[in-house]
Design a protein around this ligand. Structure first.
Ligand code: AHM
Ligand code: MG
Length: 340
């Protein structure tokens, strides 16, 4: 039987061979992975665990919170408070940052998460997930504030997600490629099931919410129209479409077999740069995608180069197979130039 490598063994070996995972970061990743196991248990219980439905509250962005949004947020906060690896946390479901209480030692890392991504899929038993991003507190000043979190995504020390689907899979990067771990429920452990994940440069599969087509900007419409024209059109090939409405599931498919994912700016809310959140969704996914050889932009510039102005900032997202993301980005830049 092939040797099974656990998440712990993977992290220890990465540290031994490459020396790039400090002890606090290793602990942090293991604690997040353990919290994801607990969230997976709640997700699996579904109606039996009374975890379905709305919690009757709204988050800072005015979105109705589901019971599981709140449960997953609590699990992550509780799990990460006491280990001494973190200075503070920020979450899509919390208005402001959560500083580690005084009774615990403060570490050097900052953790950001979308505790339950794909909330609209919880009650209909479709894949959902947890997305996380890790930054290091750069300034050595005492205390921690929101300002410490406002770093571009290229500074991430680690990022990942856990997808709660037919299998529970943890996908991780610490800046040396992307690894996938599958939860072995009987053993209760994460087992390495894919390493050096690579996104093919070309694809015939796109993911976008087509119901927003009438609100799109011209370059997005141009790109999708060309895909839809298939073999007879300028692209000379037929395209397939997938849209799970859980970013984790769509990105997981792209990391597995390629594709392009888009949630672009649209005219529904012209003042907002996009629907998805830069710090909790776009940055960690961009880190994973780039580490797998893909590309990620806001349709004009690299997402991981954006200097965030606020914690809950939103952004347009175009990510996945390099050549397709480049094409969509070029269409936007071309349109900008002709407007000048
Ligand atoms: P959430 O974090 O509140 O679940 O929202 C983010 C989700 C993404 O996972 C997904 O790509 C998108 O929203 C789906 O949006 P829509 O319902 O407009 O298709
Ligand atoms: Mg989300």
């Amino acid at each position: 039987m092939a040797q099974r490598i656990s998440l712990t063994q993977y992290l220890v070996e990465q540290q031994r061979e490459h020396g790039h995972i400090p002890g606090q970061l290793r602990l942090l990743i293991e604690v997040v992975a353990r919290a994801c196991k607990r969230i997976a248990i709640s997700v699996n219980k579904g109606a039996l665990g009374e975890v379905l439905g709305s919690a009757g509250s709204e988050n800072v962005q005015g979105e109705v919170q589901k019971k599981l949004d709140i449960i997953a947020n609590e699990v992550l906060v509780e799990a990460n408070e006491w280990g001494g690896h973190l200075a503070a946390m920020a979450s899509e479901e919390m208005d402001s940052i959560h500083v580690v209480p005084n009774r615990y030692p403060q570490g050097e890392y900052l953790l950001l998460f979308d505790p339950l991504d794909g909330s609209s899929n919880i009650d209909v038993n479709v894949s959902i997930g947890t997305i996380f991003s890790v930054l290091r507190k750069v300034d050595n000043h005492p205390g921690v504030s929101e300002q410490d979190f406002l770093q571009p995504g290229r500074r991430q020390a680690a990022a990942g997600y856990c997808v709660y689907g037919p299998q529970t899979t943890l996908v991780l990067t610490v800046g040396r490629g992307v690894a996938m771990f599958t939860l072995d429920r009987e053993q209760g452990s994460w087992v390495l099931t894919a390493e050096n994940v690579t996104i093919p440069e070309d694809t015939k599969e796109f993911a976008i919410n087509m119901s927003n087509m009438r609100h799109w900007d011209a370059p997005v419409k141009r790109y999708i129209d060309e895909c839809l024209a298939g073999k007879e059109g300028v692209r000379g090939k037929d395209f397939n479409m997938r849209w799970v409405a859980s970013m984790v599931a769509d990105v997981h498919r792209i990391l597995t077999r390629g594709g392009i994912f888009m949630y672009p700016w649209d005219k529904r809310e012209p003042d907002k740069p996009g629907k998805l959140r830069l710090m909790y969704e776009a940055n960690p996914m961009s880190f994973l995608v780039e580490q797998a050889g893909g590309m990620s932009t806001n349709a004009r510039e690299r997402i991981m180069d954006i200097q965030p102005a606020k914690l809950h900032e939103r952004v347009s997202v175009v990510l996945g197979s390099k050549n397709e993301v480049q094409r969509v980005t070029d269409y936007h830049l071309e349109a900008d130039n002709t407007q000048r």
